[in-house]
Design a protein around this ligand. Structure first.
Ligand SMILES: Cc1cc2nc3c(=O)[nH]c(=O)nc-3n(C[C@H](O)[C@H](O)[C@H](O)COP(=O)(O)O)c2cc1C
Length: 201
């Protein structure tokens, strides 16, 4: 067993151990708009459900040095965003949007994803996702380390959208949803073998 002090590691090395061990991670594809209404989209795998009552999700957005990423800035300015589940069909487009564009250019159009109007937030969602969550900003925490920081965003789900084939009597049919998991580096995975266990009393 190797024992390592995180303080002895660089940011990159800590990332390697954390993101290399905590996986597979679901991938949130997040749409947001800036003050001029330009639609932004980017993937985030530091993503999870926080609570079901209230319905809350979280995404962790690392800063580039001292600069907030466009997604974080937009969410903090507008207080709204839409989270999409990445699946086998949209993962290529989702991965392509990780390109760095100036804040006034939309990654969405570049990769051919289709914006659709949301019900309760101004930010459009995207047609090419099996599940999407319209979210309002619930809480923002900042975790600082030296010159840089992470913007931790908690969103309250205000509307669900689930594709007909994926929605099964109030539940999600995972074999239809075909989620993609993020591994480390350039690696992703599809759902593997599924097995069940009875919970002990
Ligand atoms: C699959 C995938 C997962 C990612 N997960 C994260 C993440 O959890 N946190 C983060 O800060 N960046 C993550 N990134 C990098 C961002 O998507 C990337 O920095 C993006 O350009 C940010 O876009 P924005 O500046 O428009 O917000 C991920 C990239 C990919 C391809």
């Amino acid at each position: 067993m190797k024992s390592i002090d995180p303080k002895s590691l660089s940011k990159r090395e800590n990332y390697g151990l954390l993101a290399g061990a905590i996986l597979p991670r679901p991938i949130a594809f997040v749409t947001s708009i800036n003050k001029d209404g330009v639609l932004n989209g980017a993937p985030f795998s530091f993503f999870n459900v926080v609570s079901s009552e209230p319905p809350l999700i979280s995404i962790s957005i690392g800063r580039k040095g001292t600069e907030k990423k466009d997604t974080a800035r937009n969410i903090l300015e507008q207080g709204e965003f839409v989270v999409h589940i990445t699946d086998e069909l949209n993962v290529k487009a989702v991965n392509d949007t990780a390109m760095n564009l100036p804040p006034n250019e939309s990654e969405i159009e570049k990769v051919g994803l289709t914006p659709v109007k949301s019900d309760l937030v101004k930010v459009p969602g995207l047609k090419e996702a099996p599940v999407r969550f319209e979210c309002k900003l619930e809480k923002h925490l900042t975790f600082e380390e030296g010159e840089t920081a992470t913007d931790f965003i908690v969103g309250r789900v205000v509307q669900y959208h689930v594709a007909e084939n994926v929605y099964n009597d109030g539940k999600i049919d995972v074999s239809e949803m075909k989620p993609i998991g993020r591994l480390s580096g350039k690696d992703y995975m599809k759902l593997g073998e599924i097995f069940s266990l009875e919970r002990p009393e």
